[in-house]
Design a binder for this molecule. Structure first.
Ligand SMILES: NC(=O)c1ccc[n+]([C@@H]2O[C@H](COP(=O)([O-])OP(=O)(O)OC[C@H]3O[C@@H](n4cnc5c(N)ncnc54)[C@H](OP(=O)(O)O)[C@@H]3O)[C@@H](O)[C@H]2O)c1
Length: 317
């Protein structure tokens, strides 16, 4: 695995980020100074508008549940998240009934406006037009406005993009972007970032998977594109937690404000100044409290990030 060059960016990128954030110093630990949201969440600016988001949200690929106890747990996550300072919810058309569950629960809770609602879709064979594919997202989520719509894994990118632009111009979508969690799609991601006016990208990046820090995250900084980080713990079903089960945190974890492994992993991600928000899969209020805590307090500096990488790389797999 190559070293991450996460603290490098061009002068143009520094200026773009600085203007958007309304700050001049945006690197490393100084980002902690941007914490002023509810509950002290660290905020990061979306470069295309300057709107600021808390650095830890939730991913919802496991929200497509029907069992009453699982639904109740997810309802509690969505009910309590805003008061903890969280805002970003990421879902997708392909996550079973996740969009529908979120739409139903937010309508019932009456708190949709407290969230930044992001979803993803690809072109679908069961719809005759790209516009119909987009309309389906609104219906499933029961909303008239989607904060961020992303083209999922480049499925039908060229066909969908004109509709994304049209819907954004009409004010139905506030931001547009595209996502992947596959290295093999990184060349497509880089091309899309160069050729299209994207507000956001969504990419896989974590302490155990640092490839995005080589070119994609620096380019996002340069181009002024906001970044959501998916699979921050390595992904459901292949997460890092078994690897650290029963292992104490390293002594230096207290220096970066991490009291659990989840916080350690998330602190690593938010240390990269290109990152706008990480979206860990969060199905319980216990996980929510833990993950949201990582979005407060200290942001590791470059030396601390190096130590985290060295520690992780030396752990038996
Ligand atoms: N191509 C794409 O665009 C793409 C691809 C994949 C994912 N995503 C997005 O990324 C989000 C996150 O991915 P993911 O959920 O697969 O993987 P993840 O966030 O890396 O990991 C989720 C796993 O971590 C566990 N977990 C969560 N919080 C924890 C905590 N505080 N302590 C201990 N364990 C914890 C969960 O446990 P449980 O199993 O107990 O719930 C689950 O197994 C998805 O929900 C989705 O929104 C996007």
């Amino acid at each position: 695995m190559k070293d991450s060059n996460q603290f490098q960016m061009s002068r143009r990128g520094v200026l773009a980020a600085g203007v958007a954030a309304g700050v001049t110093a945006t690197m490393g630990a100084s980002l902690a100074a941007a914490a002023d949201a509810a509950n002290g969440q660290i905020l990061r600016a979306i470069p295309s508008t300057g709107e600021r988001l808390p650095v830890v949200g939730v991913g919802t690929n496991a929200f497509g549940v029907t069992a009453p106890d699982e639904l109740a747990a997810i309802r509690e996550v969505l009910r309590t998240m805003p008061d903890q300072g969280g805002k970003v919810i990421d879902t997708a058309r392909s996550y079973g009934s996740s969009e529908e569950v979120i739409g139903r629960l937010l309508a019932e809770l009456g708190n949709r406006d407290r969230f930044f609602l992001a979803t993803k879709t690809a072109m679908r064979a069961d719809f005759s037009t790209g516009a119909a594919v987009l309309d389906d997202c609104f219906q499933r989520l029961q909303v008239s406005r989607i904060d961020l719509l992303q083209i999922h894994n480049f499925g039908g990118f060229d066909e969908l993009m004109p509709h994304f632009i049209e819907y954004k111009q009409a004010g139905k979508i506030r931001y547009i972007g595209c996502s992947t969690s596959e290295d093999r799609q990184y060349p497509q991601m880089l091309e899309a970032m160069e050729k299209h006016k994207l507000d956001f990208i969504q990419i896989d990046y974590s302490i155990g998977n640092r490839g995005a820090a080589e070119r994609i995250l620096p380019l996002a900084r340069d181009k002024g594109i906001a970044v959501l980080i998916n699979v921050p713990f390595g992904g459901r079903g292949r997460s890092f937690f078994p690897r650290v089960a029963g292992k104490p945190l390293p002594d230096f974890a207290s220096e970066i404000g991490a009291t659990t492994w989840a916080q350690f992993f998330l602190k690593f991600i938010i240390a990269n100044p290109a990152v706008t928000a990480a979206i860990p899969g969060t199905t319980t209020t216990e996980y929510l409290r833990d993950n949201q805590s990582a979005g407060r307090g200290i942001v590791p500096n470059a030396a601390q990030v190096r130590r985290m990488e060295e520690y992780w790389d030396a752990l038996p797999s």
